[in-house]
Design a protein around this ligand. Sequence first.
Ligand SMILES: Cc1ncc(COP(=O)(O)O)c(C=O)c1O
Length: 395
Amino acid sequence: MSRPRWSERLAVAQASRARSDALRRRRVVERVEGVHVVVDGQPLINFCSNDYLGLAGSLDAVSALQEAAAWHGVGSGASALVSGHHVLHARFEREAAEWMGYERALYFPSGYTANLAVLQALLDGGDLCVQDKLNHACLLDGARLAGAELKRYPHRDFGGALRQLQSMPEAAAVLATDSVFSMDGDVAPLRELALAATGEHALFVVDEAHGVGVMGPEGRGACAAANLSARDVPALVAPLGKAFGGQGALVFGGTSLIEHLLQSARPYVFSTAGAPALAAAMSANLEAVRSQGWRRAKLASLVARFRRGALRHGLPVLESNTPIQPLVLGGNSRALAVARVLEQQGFWVAPIRPPTVPDGKARLRITLTAAHTEIEVDALVDVLASCLEDIDTGA
Ligand SMILES: Cc1ncc(COP(=O)(O)O)c(C=O)c1O
């Protein structure tokens, strides 16, 4: 037997993706003015960004970033434990912990690495990690990296979560869930899961990527909206690439948990700290998240308007009251075809296909933001309705 050739292996994988309409292509964004973008030369209205509050272009954040870059440069220069932890990171962590009601916060360069780090640092081989089937890839990967026993319960089934925790009563256990599910837009039964975790002495970890900023008092997220405190959710991860309009993530926890992460989370210890200028921009946007409730109110009203229109036209939207409004279309080719027609009409909604969603559940993941207008939302609904009708009647 001879060793397989890499060129052949890559060609076979690529051909298989092409056969199933699963090849993905990066688009080049040339200009951004809020939701108005120019993509590969074409002006489009963006309905697939996670900039839920419209803060990515906030003038306060941009000037905070510019000023901080003038003093601190564009990079941190080292990992946080060597010399990369700057005063701007320290200030942001303090402000954020106070806002969220936790003892401490730890700033990571991305949400993916923050979730990976929390699970890798907490769990060892032989421990148990119980997770929702639809959790984000980084939580699943974190449990795998730790070498823990990963058990996944059916989506939002807190009884299933409890049974899985009880199946290994001797093992140290973590129960981990997304608060708002990234591809379906629905919300986890957070109170019931917190009770199950407490009753089973498991540590409850919640990824608030799509909840923070959007839900709860002062935008503190879905856990805060469900009246859960730091005691109920000992580890809360808040990625900043969505409602905060930037990049990075905060992990909130008690002092002992954060100190443990600092010492032992490999993605933290062995990676360059995030740019201090970005931490300054995120401080500015934290102030906006906290004090500009009108952004959440406008977003909620646009979500309600979109749903009324979609349901009036019989569009197959999932049950979701968050800014994530998925339209499940089934096969990859159908999702691609609808996205193409939308684009011809000036709307950008990227089709989401496996492996991001299960086979046969390709979809348009429509996202609404506070930067859209009612006219734009109504226009999207009208175009979607006529486009689905045309595709289904073969017109
Ligand atoms: C639920 C969820 N968690 C974590 C992440 C990763 O965060 P980041 O993009 O900051 O790496 C994402 C998406 O990107 C997400 O949707």
